[in-house]
Design a protein around this ligand. Sequence first.
Ligand code: IGP
Length: 668
Amino acid sequence: MESVMSLKSAAAAATPRVSYQTLQSHHRLPLNPIFSTSRWSISLPMSDRYRGCIRAQQSESKDGSVTLSPVNESEENAVENKELEVGSNEEEVADSQGKTIRRRPSTGPPLHYVGPFEFRIQSEGNTPRNILEEIVWNKDVEVTQMKEKTPLAKMKKWVENAPPVRNFVRALRTSNLRTGLPGLIAEVKKASPSRGVLRENFDPVEIAQAYEKGGAACISVLTDKKYFQGSFENLEAIRNAGVKCPLLCKEFVIDAWQIFYARSKGADAILLIAAVLPDADLKYMIKICKMLGMAALIEVHNEGEMDRVLGIEGVQLIGINNRDLVVVANKFYFYTETFELDISTTKKLLEGERGQLIRRKDIVVVGESGLFTPADIAYVQESGVKAVLVGESIVKKNDPAQGISELFGKDISFVHSKEIAVSWKLLFRTEYSEILLAKVSWQLAWMHVWRISFEKMRIRSLRCVIVATLSFLSIMERTVGIRFVIDREECFSHNAQYEGDTVHVSFVVIKTDTPWHYGDEGVDLVINGPSGEHLHDVHDKISEKYEFVVRNSGIHRFCFNNKSPYHETIDFDIHVGHLTYLDQHAKDEHFKPVLEQILKLEEALYNIQFEQHWLEAQTDRQAIVGEGMSRKAIYKALFESAALIGASVLQVYLLQRLFERQLRTSRV
Ligand SMILES: O=P(O)(O)OC[C@@H](O)[C@@H](O)c1c[nH]c2ccccc12
């Protein structure tokens, strides 16, 4: 209470309302916050008691000499000078910034010691109102002790020696692209307050390895001991066992110190809960994460928290928790541990403008908790998530890898998708190798021309020729084509990045794998948008060309379905028409008309190329069908001749027998 009092009196001495400034000195995190009024600043030493409310802005150490390196420009800004309104105490500060729980008991801990006696005085101020509050209050005590053991200065060395950071967000995006399903963050979770122990024979490394084998993009490791029976040792062991997936440290973070600690144990990402942390802390901690190269998964549970988080710069990853941890206690200070689960929370928070803003900011949303079936996954994917965080439903399974397949309704492991990826790549390499070459040279030339010599070039026509040639080469940039063999179902994903782009799609069933059948039965194609919305479908088609305008940017799915019992070979092509260069380069008025012409030319040529590919595929089909037909004709002729010969032989034989019999009877 002491420091709160001193803050109050300092505030009263200056003006009724005081703001504090978080200051970042060069290459050094601030040790004490500086409270400033519009007229002067007062530097206040803090006691541990007060530290909590502004803990994120400081990186305290006992000796006060912590420096972090390397630090660059943006890191220097990591703790930007941000004025925050301070009310009468820390809770008011935090409340004004929207967090929903109290960070520590406002009237001190319930136990009081007077000489040899121990009193338990329970009041509203020292009784947690919900499970999250209880966890956080305990965490506060735990972190204080841990910090004493390992001050930041010591941890700096650990962080330096930590294994390199892996890109958590990229892993999720790639997985989403690879499978067309939300990227999976699989959770290594032994127990939880709501469900008790989930798995008795709990070997964290074995589970993590099974998750990786099953196709998880990332792994979440619970490190809280008291409520989830997790540990930092688990995190470290998983990392040291050679698991390649990026790791999320699932902790109740209340202090920036914990982020450093998580990094030192090999974490690539950390959870920050919006209900626990006020905006200033979130901002600060996001910057700390950035500085350490880690991702921050910001967890929200309701519209208010989502809006707060959407207002913060630099958020890349938002988790929507379908489980309500903030269950308000009744008047007797007991909270009911219902931990209500409602997966429509994800949908609700992604509807309307919020969803649009998230797409515009290209934030990856993670659907968290309570996901058990392929229908649950489909539901949250339709709502707009690109990733899911799953614990219970897979950790409980004997074989967690199998659990992943059951959860998604299909095998999403690498082994399965490798074939497609490889054949895609091979095709790309063989059929489009020239295009790649052209693309590289185009990009090099384009940079060179624009940067260095374009302005100085005198001969106009030469300039035009270069631009035209380069533009011609650029046509090939977005070409994707693949020929693949389909058994039952095969899906492809394509990222259409800009709304308003035109996507051209074509496919031709080149051949059916049976010499006797020339399949006029075709295949089905279903096209879905990024949130799973249905865009187009065709049924039993041998070939089809279709184009549509991108309404929502993001991953579009193209799923082929083969109902025939035979394998079919399909030639599939996508082009995305986008007028990029006009926005990027046409700042110069003189070039605008030229560039416009080039773009039109580019678009025209690009359509020609698309048509050409389609015609080629048709020709291939005709050739194969023709070849098959003539083969069939030959087989037919051979069969007929064989039948004829057979019939003749039989005839001769029968005649012979007839003659022999007649001869015998005439002799008799
Ligand atoms: O086991 P589930 O229902 O699949 O949930 C996993 C995960 O979402 C959950 O463990 C979780 C989400 N947010 C948290 C915050 C702290 C601890 C745990 C969590």
